[in-house]
Design a protein around this ligand. Structure first.
Ligand code: PEP
Ligand code: MG
Length: 540
């Protein structure tokens, strides 16, 4: 029995046989070739086939996990056309007279190392993408079949790291858990695992040479432990826990379609957080009463240029219509910090979390903001839509937003384009906004507290830095006092206040929040029924 401790990115427990993915062990031999022209032609043909495979993956992902998650395959297709990357392969073939497989593998290693050594976390994460496209090319050149993950039986997937193209190809019904040596809480694997509702551990310090496909494993997303070749006793305990969890999940189903009210009748609005149109399915499946945070910046990620007004309008309208009259709160773009996009040309910053991001970009580059606002106002005519502005620190910012919204309204009037001015609120995620929330409450329709950022700014703890996990204390009294202050100030002006940060899903605090007067909680879709259950047991 071998036990390893990792970091859990999704709670749950699973037990089953392991499949170890050793994709990176592709055997590539260096061979001397006589004809550089035909070898280069092989690379070109492999490139075409790789793009065709990626297009198929994109189409599949679009249907299953939505546009934002599918976009990575478009990025891979673009990377395959990167001039520097291709030139390096061609030059190597021509000058060193080596085989195509070798030139692709070496170029892939070089480029991926270059990305891995960059300071920027977003660029670092691209190392896995370069490795992914290079492996794909090598496999095609070697005539290897693209692994059919759908053929794998129910398994615990163990890997060094998982690329987005690997995870999306897997048949979700058959994946019991993910366990990886690398990866971060914000990696695609982590995001997909949460979306797929399966336990996942990252940062597990295991030696993959000692782990083999077919071994048995217990993955405990509650404790962050993975146990290989568990004893019978451990298996028995795990099985018991799995059954308990199953029973809990079944009991939760009975909470669908009923109200989220306390024992004495106080209503709490229970909404879900999403990142793409494709996520609406999870919202409906878990019976959320609305969408409390649509992180619209995901529409801007993984592409080469700004999404047009029409593209955005269609996305927002689709979500509003799918939710059929239920509330949909769309947050305007929160680009910057951990969500970097090349075409925004944000430049290097020493401290991007406190840098040029979110509403600051919108106020400094109003054309970008106005495109999104036009799309939102137009889409508001098709459902129960609200707009929410992120990273607010002052009354003046809200005044500036107001002026820009009025300009957009005037433009739409002049063009006689139908629209609606929806409910507009702000995120309270800076200590400054908390402290002036009495004044802000008079200017907006609602507050939604972003505890993820509010905690990092209040405690001066970078939320991306895993080394500071022990200091990122979401239960800190300062945060709870701030939440109370914000709720009280909202209520004094007859406005509502909710929580859309991760803390909103903390079951240990549900009762506290309800008793504080929090009007709305917006959480990951998989948490909705658990919170409804908790609220229904509260006596005020
Ligand atoms: C927050 O900061 O709590 C929040 C909900 O926004 P994000 O996590 O997208 O920064
Ligand atoms: Mg935030």
């Amino acid at each position: 029995m071998n036990t390893y401790q990792g970091k859990s990115v999704y709670k749950g427990i699973a037990m089953g046989n392991v499949i170890v993915l050793k994709d990176r062990d592709l055997q590539v031999k260096r061979c001397r070739i006589g004809d550089a022209v035909s070898e280069t032609a092989r690379v070109e043909a492999a490139g075409k086939e790789a793009k065709a495979q990626l297009q198929r993956l994109y189409d599949k992902a679009l249907k299953e996990v939505g546009e934002a998650n599918a976009a990575i395959f478009e990025v891979h297709q673009m990377m395959l056309e990167d001039e520097d990357y291709l030139e390096s392969i061609h030059r190597m073939i021509q000058t060193e007279l080596v085989n195509a497989e070798y030139a692709v593998a070496v170029t892939g290693d070089n480029f991926s190392e270059m990305f891995a050594n960059m300071d920027d976390d977003y660029m670092k994460a691209r190392a896995a993408d370069v490795r992914d496209i290079s492996n794909r090319l090598v496999k095609i050149l070697q005539g290897q079949e693209d692994v059919d993950f759908s053929a794998i039986g129910p398994s615990v997937i163990v890997a060094d790291d998982l690329s987005p193209s690997e995870t999306v190809k897997m048949d979700k019904e058959k994946i019991l858990a993910f366990v990886t040596v690398h990866g971060s809480t914000n990696s695609h694997t982590a995001i997909l695992a949460r979306m797929m509702n399966i336990p996942a551990l990252i940062g597990v310090p295991m030696d993959l040479q000692e782990i083999h496909s077919g071994m048995k494993a217990v993955v405990n997303g509650f404790s962050g432990e993975v146990i290989f070749e568990p004893t019978e006793e451990v298996c028995g305990q795990a099985q018991k826990k799995i059954e308990e969890e199953k029973e809990k999940a079944q009991l939760l189903q009975t909470l669908k379609g009923i109200q989220t009210i306390t024992l004495d009748g106080r209503k709490v609005h229970l909404y879900a957080n999403i990142a793409s149109v494709g996520d609406v399915g999870y919202v409906l499946e878990n019976d959320a009463e609305g969408i409390g945070l649509f992180r619209s910046e995901f529409l801007y990620l993984g592409r080469n240029d700004f999404p047009t007004e029409e593209e955005q309008f269609q996305a927002y309208k689709q979500v509003a219509q799918m939710m059929a009259g239920k509330k949909v709160i769309i947050r305007t773009l929160d680009i910057g910090a951990d969500k970097q996009v090349d075409y925004f040309n944000l430049g290097q910053e020493d401290n991007p979390a406190m840098g040029y991001r979110a509403i600051r970009i919108c106020l400094k580059q109003p054309e970008i903001f106005k495109t999104q606002l036009r799309a939102l106002l137009r889409a508001a005519a098709f459902g129960n839509l609200s707009i929410m502005y992120p990273m607010i620190t002052s009354v003046e910012e809200v005044q500036q937003i107001d002026a820009i919204v009025r300009e957009v309204q005037k433009e739409l009037d002049e063009l006689q384009i139908p629209y609606k001015i929806p409910e507009q609120g702000i995120m309270i995620e800076t200590p400054a906004a908390v402290m002036v929330s009495d004044e802000l409450a008079e200017m907006v329709d609602f507050f939604s507290i972003g505890t993820n950022d509010l905690t990092q700014y209040t405690l001066a703890v970078d939320r991306q830095n895993a080394r500071l996990d022990d200091f990122y204390n979401l239960h800190h009294k300062a945060i709870l006092k701030m939440i109370q202050m914000v709720v009280d100030n909202a209520h004094k002006c007859g406005k509502w206040a909710g929580i859309c940060g991760e803390l909103g899903a903390d079951l240990e605090l549900t009762e506290t929040f309800v008793k504080m007067g929090v009007d709305e909680l917006s959480v990951a879709p998989s948490m909705v029924l658990k919170i409804r259950k908790q609220i229904r047991e509260i006596k005020m």
